[in-house]
Write a protein that binds this ligand. Structure first.
Ligand SMILES: Cc1cc2nc3c(=O)[nH]c(=O)nc-3n(C[C@H](O)[C@H](O)[C@H](O)COP(=O)(O)OP(=O)(O)OC[C@H]3O[C@@H](n4cnc5c(N)ncnc54)[C@H](O)[C@@H]3O)c2cc1C
Length: 363
């Protein structure tokens, strides 16, 4: 790295932007996050606070890139749970996952050696109408606490933050001194609308959940049936997320009462001890929440582009967005890949500039 570190603008302070910005800062880059929302803000425009959030990979058996993101992230979360559990809100719990009609991928999960204690549950212990179940140990993340922790680490290392809503990515390419070298785009689903990006492959996926208080639940459960995906995800503060829905192309952020009732009924069916077998009326409901997952055809976009700033300076743009329902569980792996691309892209940018200087020197 040159003696003055490259200046980077990261757009976005969700889990993806914060993780990427923190890793860049650890590597010595001069990093400023530009974002409309930061940890502590609660807006339907900002997905990260609404997540479950747990590590239960959805990377397909034939996608080594996504597998790498998730496996690398699991390692980091596991270590954070060991030494920073209180600050980060990360918990280690047993996970029980059931399938009514499992796919080939689900029958032969690529990740069984990534998590500790993976076991197929014997048939006689499965819930009714369930063809497959497994048990393993995983990590659960309390988004509110974890996002604030990421931000605090970034700021403690000298990272800077600017509250701003950009209408185009080009607005992040210049500062007063024209000293920006690299822009990282971590705008999640907003990459569908951000000028200079407008990615048509973004497909928002609405998720409605119910937050209840149930301090005694210390395991996570999921059940995949033909019609629904149900999960129970406890958090470090004694609350539990009951979910979920996956409504494609919907950005309606108002909770739907009928959906909430259905979610609660499914949750107590698969985890009756939520109310000691007394049904949904005994649930201590804290909130009804809706978040929009940044789905994307083709998976997350982690990619370099070379652009020119409005003032004429060559700029490296590295994208890292479109993580759908996996933004937490893939965050460290996709940030690591982004930084590899930044290093390659910045080297190429410098080589271009050096070539001109060499040519001029030869004249
Ligand atoms: C109900 C639900 C459950 C989920 N459960 C899980 C789970 O269990 N495990 C898991 O791994 N993931 C889960 N997810 C997915 C996860 O929440 C997302 O993948 C992740 O939060 C996406 O993060 P992000 O940083 O890309 O986007 P966001 O959190 O949306 O952040 C985008 C950032 O970009 C900024 N921004 C956008 N446009 C602009 C602009 N024009 N100008 C300035 N700033 C801008 C925003 O202000 C914000 O700071 C879940 C999601 C939902 C909705």
């Amino acid at each position: 790295m040159k003696s003055t570190p490259p200046k980077v603008h990261v757009i976005g302070a969700g889990v993806v932007g914060l993780t990427t910005a923190l890793l860049l800062r650890i590597k010595g880059y001069d990093v400023t996050i530009l974002a409309k929302h930061f940890p502590g803000d609660l807006s339907s425009d900002y997905t990260s606070p609404w997540a479950g959030a747990r590590w239960k990979t959805m990377a397909p058996n034939d996608d080594p890139r996504l597998q790498r993101y998730d496996a690398e992230s699991f390692k980091i979360f596991w270590e954070l749970a060991k030494c920073r559990a209180g600050e980060t809100g990360i918990m280690v719990v047993p996970s029980f996952d059931y399938y009514e009609k499992p796919t080939d991928d689900q029958r032969n999960p690529w990740w069984k050696s990534v998590v500790p204690g993976f076991q197929v549950i014997p048939k006689h212990e499965l819930p009714p109408k369930t063809a497959l179940g497994y048990r393993f140990t995983t990590v659960l993340i309390n988004p509110e606490r974890y996002l604030k922790w990421l931000q605090a680490q970034f700021v403690a290392l000298g990272g800077k933050r600017i509250h701003i809503a950009l209408s185009s990515i080009t607005e992040a390419m210049d500062d007063e001194q024209n000293s920006v070298d690299i822009v990282i785009n971590c705008t999640g689903m907003h990459s569908a609308w951000l000028g200079g990006v407008k990615d048509k492959n973004i497909k928002p996926i609405r998720g409605q959940n119910v937050l209840v208080r149930a301090n005694h639940i210390r395991r996570t459960i999921s059940m995949k049936t033909k019609d629904a995906y149900t999960y129970i995800i406890p958090r470090s503060d004694g609350t539990v997320i009951l979910g979920t829905t996956k409504e494609e192309e919907s950005t309606n952020t108002k909770p739907n009462k009928a959906l909430a009732k259905d979610i609660m009924e499914r949750a107590v069916k698969y985890c009756p001890d939520l109310t000691n077998g007394k049904g949904i009326k005994r649930l201590d409901v804290v909130d009804h929440i809706v978040g929009i997952r940044p789905g994307r055809e083709g998976g997350p976009r982690v990619e370099n582009e070379f652009k020119t700033s409005p003032s004429g300076k060559p700029i490296l743009v590295t994208h890292n967005y479109g993580h759908d329902g996996s933004g937490y569980q893939s965050s460290w792996g996709s940030a690591k890949h982004t930084i590899q691309l930044v290093e390659e892209g910045y080297t190429a940018l410098q080589a271009r500039s050096n070539k001109i200087q060499t040519l001029l020197a030869r004249l």
